[in-house]
Design a protein around this ligand. Structure first.
Ligand SMILES: Cc1cc2nc3c(=O)[nH]c(=O)nc-3n(C[C@H](O)[C@H](O)[C@H](O)COP(=O)(O)OP(=O)(O)OC[C@H]3O[C@@H](n4cnc5c(N)ncnc54)[C@H](O)[C@@H]3O)c2cc1C
Length: 460
């Protein structure tokens, strides 16, 4: 028995009055399009799809839903991987995709205020004329609202931080229809509880982000890419530690396990079949870049690299990152008719080789196929596990569970960047202990009827 009420014809009329007839749909095609994200979790339909256009409309939709006890699931563009935006309990799918404008650029403050539905790639294209960019990059053209809600990270986190590190201020619509501002445009802030960071990573379970002021950085003048392969994972990770310890402010430090080099090469690179590091360095001067590249080469030679290639050529650099970003699609193509269970955990860097060895052994023990890659500079690893039938799916889930438990036991976390969604809720008690009760209290305070994205983050 669900505790929620259905969306009645009267509620549909009320929603039309709030957002206008053009911004609401019960057409099957729209329901289907918004029933599943980019991950492996099964689809579930909403009863109605509603597009907010203004912050006040979003707040009014929440107030109406709260009064009638109807679940509301916020939606960016559905590139999440943990079922974060699947409307598990039906109700209203609230898309923010049409709230996609830049409200104001503050070039001298290195800041921009945006609506939540703008894609980060679209934002960066528009910011290029100011010589500025918003650095978090999850690969897909995710929305700023979806990135903040999931605290998305990606390849550049090692230098620029995750989404949480690049936001100063937000406007948030609460379940009861209040619209609040949190944070300020000052870089330094010490006034009261940090509600900005409470809403970041809350996956739409505490409120809906209707506006955000983001930090920007100058587009680097000079960039280089480096590919270095090593005989063992341990030597590759020794190199990660040495490069970070050298003081070079490396902008990307990615690990590609030997299992994933083939998929990368099919997407355009020529990587030797060994554990490999992909790096990117940003600099304001050509000489600084050359000096940093020389130092990285020296470190890689000292740690026993079997191959090393560096380039400051922009086209070659783009081929490399394009292949990295499309490795997931390449895997999908190589496993036709199958789904890919993509898992995400993170540990302290020193535990990284042990976690990779553990993951490899677990994959072998269960007799499934697994591909590994990760944002090594942050201790973040992804294991991609294809499955095409229930028996393999059951094994894949056991592999996932074993690796998540191991990562938490090593002082890490069940998710470095994809969020909890549906898939990681079961591990929250192990990871947070009594703090989980405090999270439940916060949820109850902000959303007493539990209408906001039910079934996510907190285990039921
Ligand atoms: C090929 C591929 C590669 C990826 N690589 C990475 C990676 O390297 N790093 C990484 O971090 N992620 C990665 N992702 C995952 C994904 O891009 C991120 O999780 C992203 O943050 C999702 O954004 P979205 O706009 O698609 O949001 P959605 O998937 O639509 O929603 C994500 C969550 O945010 C909530 N939400 C959306 N908008 C709002 C709002 N305005 N207010 C409140 N809640 C909201 C939703 O309810 C949901 O819980 C990858 C995905 C794909 C498909």
């Amino acid at each position: 028995m669900t505790r929620f009420h259905p969306v009645t014809p009267q509620v549909i009329d009320d929603l039309k009055n709030i957002v206008g007839a053009d911004n609401i749909s019960t057409a099957q095609a729209e329901i289907d399009l918004h029933a599943q994200d980019a991950g492996f979790h099964p689809a579930h339909p909403a009863e109605v799809v509603v597009w907010g256009i203004t912050a006040q409309q979003v707040a009014d939709v929440l107030k109406l839903a709260n009064t009638h006890c109807i679940p509301v699931t916020p939606w960016g563009v559905g590139t999440g991987l943990e079922g974060n935006s699947i409307p598990l309990y039906g109700g209203i799918l609230l898309s923010l995709e049409r709230m996609n404008t830049i409200i104001e650029v503050y070039p001298d403050d290195f800041q921009v205020t945006v609506q939540p539905g703008i894609g980060h790639k679209d934002l960066n294209e528009k910011l290029a004329r100011y010589g500025l960019f918003f650095p978090p990059d999850p690969g897909a053209n995710a929305t700023i609202g979806g990135m903040l809600a999931n605290n998305a990270a990606g390849i550049r986190t090692v230098k620029y931080g995750a989404s949480k590190d690049n936001v100063l201020k937000m406007q948030v619509a609460l379940a009861d229809g209040r619209l609040i501002h949190t944070g300020s445009r000052s870089i330094k802030q010490a006034a009261g509880y940090n509600l900005v960071q409470l809403f970041v990573g809350s996956e739409g379970t505490l409120g809906v982000i209707t506006e955000a002021t983001l930090k920007l950085v100058p587009v680097p003048q000079f960039m280089s890419a480096i590919i270095a392969s090593f005989p063992t994972v341990e030597l590759a990770i020794d190199t990660v530690v040495a490069v970070r310890g050298s003081g070079i402010d490396v902008a990307a430090l990615e690990f590609i396990d030997v299992t994933n080099t083939k998929a990368m090469n099919e997407a355009g690179t020529d990587i030797a079949p060994y554990p490999t590091l992909l790096m990117e360095i940003h600099a304001a001067h050509e000489e600084t870049l050359a000096a940093d590249m020389a130092l990285v080469r020296q470190i890689c030679e000292e740690t026993g690299a079997v191959s090393f290639r560096a380039t400051a050529n922009n086209a070659e650099r783009k081929v490399l990152w394009n292949a990295r970003h499309h490795a997931y699609e390449t895997l999908q193509r190589n496993h036709p008719g199958q789904k890919i269970f993509i898992m995400d955990v993170a540990v302290p860097i020193s535990a990284y080789p042990e976690l990779i060895a553990f993951s490899r052994q677990t994959i072998e023990d269960y007799g499934v196929i697994g591909y590994m890659k990760g944002h090594a500079g942050d201790g973040n690893i992804h294991v991609e596990l294809p499955f095409g039938d229930e028996t393999t799916f059951a094994k894949v889930k056991q592999v996932n569970s074993a690796i998540v438990h191991q990562a938490i036991a090593m002082g890490g976390t069940s998710t470095g960047e994809h969020g909890v969604g549906i898939g990681k809720a079961a591990y929250m008690a192990q990871e947070h202990g009594e703090a989980l009760d405090v999270m439940r209290d916060i949820k109850h305070l902000l959303d007493p009827n539990g209408i906001l994205n039910p079934g996510k983050v907190l285990p039921e």
